[in-house]
Design a protein around this ligand. Sequence first.
Ligand code: 6GU
Length: 277
Amino acid sequence: MVPITDEASNSFLPLSVVKSSAWWQLLSGVPMRIDILCLFPEMFVSPFSHSIVKRAEENGLVEVVTHNIRDYTHDRHGTADDYPYGGGAGMVLKPEPIFEASEHIGQLTGVQEIPRILLTPQGRPFTQRIAAELAAQPQLMFICGHYEGVDERVAEHMVTDELSIGDYVLTGGEIAAMVVIDSVVRLIPGVLGSDESAADDSHSEGLLEYPQYTRPEQFREWNVPPVLLSGNHGEIAAWRRRQSLLRTALRRPDLLDKLTLTDKELAWISDSLSSQR
Ligand code: 6GU
């Protein structure tokens, strides 16, 4: 094998660009690094000690590092929050410890230009598309807010993106960060085995996933759809596509508006919907 070095690259792209891709990371064995700044690092222990995220860490595909914002305070009590200027209920996270933690991570890794993502109900709605974009990054930082919020200077001068996981309010950003990180890690090249492919996921094509069945063929009086037992891969694929379309039309019509479907598919959906009434 020809070693790829800075002096002799066979690539058409600058090596710095190649090295920033997720595939370079997989092939070169450098794990994606994810730093989390929060008030309750212990919350992340169990969710990341199981299943796919654990295996990804064990296989050197990702490294998750939690930091307690309180460790970057300087007073005796480790004060990370304070009263809001202008009054009002609740407390606001102070900017200094968050900036110091972020700068500390920058010094540790020697990399400054990374996505720094604040989890907040005011963020842009998190989607599968954003998960895929983040999975292609070599390094990520997540900042979890708490109490009534985070001093706005963090969002203005440190953070590169603000994400929300839905239109409801959580007590803190930790659970939201877990949601985002879980969905990102499974998209890192090499994390899922070929039998766990993400290609058929709900939302990966903007559609909901088709219904799945496993043995037994008959459970109580309910049978598996016969087409799935037919062995006819073309018919199975067509059936699954139609089920995806129909489910999406029935459950999430908002998603269909964003897709370009063929005339045949549109006609099929409208026929199925009218025959269901
Ligand atoms: Cl990212 N944080 C909090 N605290 N609540 C949320 C959220 C995030 N996304 C939805 N609700």
